[in-house]
Design a protein around this ligand. Structure first.
Ligand SMILES: *Cc1c(COP(=O)(O)O)cnc(C)c1O
Length: 368
């Protein structure tokens, strides 16, 4: 087991984030806690259990093994699969009562046949495409899809849903038009069961479009204390759940003019104190952060010098008085945010936490 760095997941913060964000829901709306991709790298089961304790309505996942892990952990809440599954996947997990997304009649018929084969009922949410263009029925086809679903043996219509492509975009016009299209679609569905769950919103929609909360909001990134985009700030008190730290293994005094690391890409401009840290790209510390990122010691920022190696990086600690081997270093957390690392390498905070969290799985610790 590699113990060169530690990922700490603050479940207390996750719970607090759910409470704060939940208080913003429109009346009658509830949260589907999105825990796909190993809870965005935060650890599936402990996060899901915290969400259950916070009284969310459902859990959102994508993969079969995640469904199994949740049920094996004794979680009985509705589980919604957030993408259309293959019929093999649906068969694999049919015993776990997963709510599946269905966006076309072929998939619907396959699902109905499978349900009959297995002598079970498969709950489904019908997916409307109001602009994301990845999957789902055209609004003009949804009425006939609903009629077909209501007449299909072994199918229970649990809900109708859509997904916003740009609810986090500064220009809200497109999203407002898509909400209109979704409303129009809903009005055409007079046969929709009264208890059907209607949902379209993600984190950005929770924060920006209260008219789009309907009966449920699928809440991912904001619950982990990260903003959906620069255009969508988080409410006061919503804080990052993931913290990634390491410890200094070596400190050396080095002369002005010395170069650091592979490719000799950084030359010291002054006599310096350089600390070596036992993390690198093998741990999920992106090589593209070479010569760009900072780490934090006692909340004070220290620049990363030279290239990121497979399992080492070097940082300048000249300005940290009394710094010592063994001292804790924050790679990601309250001082060095996922937003900061993401912007340095041209990606989004979602990618930082899912990649870091999923590479570092082994030594994760939980604080509650
Ligand atoms: C991942 C996902 C979400 C959550 O989105 P966030 O921006 O993280 O809140 C919601 N809906 C669907 C269909 C998703 O796949």
């Amino acid at each position: 087991m590699r113990m060169s760095s530690v990922l700490t997941i603050n479940l207390h913060r996750y719970q607090r984030n759910l409470e704060i964000l939940g208080s913003l829901l429109s009346p009658g709306s509830r949260i589907c806690a999105v825990v796909k991709a190993n809870a965005y790298g935060h650890g599936l089961v402990p996060i899901a259990q915290t969400a259950v304790n916070a009284d969310v309505a459902a859990l959102g996942i994508v993969d079969d093994d995640e469904i199994r892990d949740l049920r094996d952990a004794g979680i009985t809440l509705p589980i919604l699969r957030l993408r259309p599954a293959t019929i093999e996947e649906i068969r694999e997990t049919a015993q776990y009562d997963v709510e599946e997304l269905i966006g076309d009649p072929v998939a619907l018929d396959q699902c109905s046949r499978l349900a009959q084969d297995l002598n079970r009922t498969i709950p489904v949410h019908l997916k409307v495409d109001v602009g994301i263009g990845r999957m789902g029925a055209d609004p003009s086809e949804i009425k006939s899809l609903l009629a077909r679903a209501l007449n299909s043996t072994g199918i229970r219509v649990r809900g109708v849903m859509a997904h916003f492509p740009c609810a986090d975009h500064p220009d809200s016009d497109i999203t407002v038009r898509q909400i209109d299209a979704f409303d129009t679609t809903l009005k055409s569905l007079s046969d929709l069961p009264k208890d059907a769950v209607v949902h379209i919103g993600n984190s950005a929609a929770l924060l920006r479009f209260p008219q789009a909360h309907y009966s449920m909001v699928r809440l991912g990134i904001a619950s982990y204390g990260l903003r959906p985009s620069e255009a969508v700030p988080l409410p006061e008190g919503v804080l990052p759940v993931m913290r990634w730290t390491t410890r200094i293994v070596l400190i050396r005094k080095m002369k002005k003019g010395t170069t650091i690391g592979y490719g000799m890409t950084h030359r010291l401009e002054r006599d310096s104190l350089i600390a070596t840290l036992p993390v690198g790209y093998a741990d999920g510390y992106f090589r593209s952060l070479s010569n760009r990122a900072h780490v934090a010691i006692r909340g004070q920022r220290c620049p990363l010098l030279g290239r990121v190696s497979m399992d080492l990086i070097c940082v300048d600690v000249t300005d940290i008085p009394g710094v010592a081997v063994g001292e804790e270093v924050e790679l990601l957390g309250d001082t060095i945010s996922a937003d900061e690392l993401a912007s340095l390498i041209g990606t989004i905070n979602y990618e930082i936490v899912t990649l870091v969290g999923n590479v570092r799985k082994i030594d994760r610790m939980f604080v509650s």
